[in-house]
Design a protein around this ligand. Structure first.
Ligand code: CTP
Ligand code: CA
Length: 226
């Protein structure tokens, strides 16, 4: 029916996507990072633009090219990501937070390159702000989608994040599997929504999964805008 078709469209909706990993500097030449390459988030941004959305992608350092038709804001640290996201949030219809944000950053960033001296080195880290938690507290009309990359007890941890961060749904994946998660073109996800309903999907390309995630976003948007 035409109703069904309408529910899948994102035309004119502002969709904010985060992707890639943040990096946290230690000194002018070194940083702490993670294995995220940005592929899942870039696929979501590209597909949302293809569906007519007004897409803003806040990305950590990534080798991937800017998706066609997407406004890309490149940042490095978690705090820079937070600033960019908070700026775009008030006018966004939905936020899809696929970025792997560093939970901690070095307590001190040295002005000069750290020289080697002792036989061992201990670094002190401090907590970064949890951007998605903050969005969950601030949210008004926005649809909020989180990701949970886990190496064990995937479903249990994902459900906890869904409720703690006040999300509309969460995309959970087991990154201990070689064919899913970091650095590959495929992923195997579970979607868990606010009502607690879980749907498990087979191994799929990140492009196909982006479409599934955006179908869910469109459905939530339509239900809330009725
Ligand atoms: N996230 C965020 N800001 C952070 C950490 C995480 O916005 N400082 C977001 C991620 O982008 C993701 C979701 O929160 O959408 C879950 O991230 P994850 O690392 O799986 O969970 P954490 O809450 O950081 O918990 P932990 O790493 O201890 O499992
Ligand atoms: Ca984390």
């Amino acid at each position: 029916t035409s109703q069904k078709l309408t529910s899948q469209t994102l035309t004119g909706q502002k969709i904010l996507v985060t992707a890639g990993g943040t990096i946290e500097p230690l000194d002018p030449v070194r940083y702490i990072g993670n294995r995220s390459t940005g592929r899942m988030g870039y696929a979501v941004a590209a597909e949302a633009a293809r569906r007519g959305a007004d897409v803003v992608l806040v990305s950590g350092p990534s080798a991937l090219a800017d998706p066609v038709g997407v406004r890309v804001i490149r940042i490095e640290t978690a705090r820079q990501m937070r600033e960019a996201v908070l700026r775009e949030f008030p006018t966004a219809a939905a936020v899809i937070k696929s970025a792997a944000v560093a939970d901690y950053r070095p307590a001190v960033v040295a002005d000069q390159k750290i020289k080697k001296s002792d036989e061992d080195l201990t670094l002190k880290f401090v907590r970064n702000p949890d951007i998605l938690l903050e969005l969950g507290q601030k949210k008004e009309h926005q649809v909020l989608v989180g990701f949970a990359a886990e190496t064990c007890q995937v479903e249990e941890y994902a459900r906890r994040k869904l409720s703690k961060k006040n999300l509309d749904f969460i995309v959970a994946n087991d990154v201990s599997e070689a064919d899913a998660g970091f650095g590959v073109d495929t992923n195997r996800i579970k979607l868990i929504d606010r009502s607690g309903k879980m749907t498990a999907y087979p191994l799929m390309s990140k492009k196909e999964l982006a479409g599934i995630i955006l179908d869910h976003v469109a459905t939530v948007l339509n239900n809330s805008q009725q």
